[in-house]
Design a protein around this ligand. Structure first.
Ligand code: PEP
Length: 244
């Protein structure tokens, strides 16, 4: 049986009601193989709308973040319980933009991962180094620290998204060897230190319909986390329709 490939659209803080409906209507009529999981992560206020629109389609709903508590006095935050009520199956956790603009640290990210597992929502955990870490060759140690401090032991259904910060939205991507090195290193590290064998490994950072298939083929990743290109109908449909 062909392995599942996860194509995760991270819409970030983009698209309004009309444009999101238009894009979803195109994604809904796409014929894609059963082993391709088309996961769409809209901003919170769009989730009820998209949840309605994707009923009886192959599209899977995800969220871009969640709070680490289920409820309480956390003005402006959103609960995993509502994410679950609206049918989300995945949640992106620890995106570098959350780390940078909301000062999320590894211990907070670990709590978010725990609350998502408790609620049967699969966390897509983002890790990745800055350009400086890449340049001074400390990138693996930086990523190991993220994994060590964020990931609970013996987790099931873990999805790691390797997103070098310098590759996000920049048009730059690491070499195939670089992606493969990080993938193998993360898997070994998680196996040794956390007793986790079942890991899906995604690549994210300037993925588009021109580079995705080569990355998938050469690096043997389980899919991609796609930002900018996921907003463009042609780009994302070409990725989803592609030759897997
Ligand atoms: C992201 O931020 O998750 C991302 C992958 O962005 P982009 O594809 O635009 O680089």
């Amino acid at each position: 049986m062909a392995q599942n490939t996860l194509i995760v659209s991270n819409w970030k803080m983009n698209l309004n009601l009309i444009n999101s409906r238009k894009l979803i209507s195109k994604l809904k009529i796409l014929k894609i193989p059963k082993n391709i999981k088309n996961i769409v992560c809209p901003q919170y206020l769009l989730i009820p709308h998209i949840s309605d629109l994707i009923k009886s389609s192959q599209i899977i709903l995800g969220a871009q973040d969640c709070h680490f508590e289920e409820k309480g006095a956390f003005t402006g935050d959103s609960s995993i319980l509502l994410i679950k009520e609206y049918g989300c199956k995945y949640v992106i956790i620890g995106h570098s933009e959350r780390r940078q603009y909301h000062n999320e640290d590894n211990s907070e990210i670990k709590k978010k991962i725990k609350i998502s597992i408790k609620n049967n929502i699969i966390p897509i955990v983002c890790v990745g180094e800055s350009f400086l870490h890449r340049q001074n060759k400390s990138y693996l140690n930086f990523i190991y620290k993220q994994l060590d401090e964020c990931i609970p032991k013996k987790m099931k259904q873990l999805v790691i998204a390797y997103e070098p910060i310098w590759a996000i939205g920049s048009g730059l991507t690491p070499t195939f060897d670089d992606i493969t090195e990080v993938k193998e290193s993360c898997k070994n590290f998680l196996n040794k230190t956390k007793k986790i064998n079942d890991v899906k490994f995604l690549y994210g950072g300037s993925v588009n319909s021109r580079n995705f298939f080569e990355i998938k083929d050469k690096c043997k990743v389980d899919g991609a986390l796609i930002g900018g290109a996921s907003l463009l109908e042609k780009e994302i449909t070409n990725v989803l329709k592609g030759d897997f």
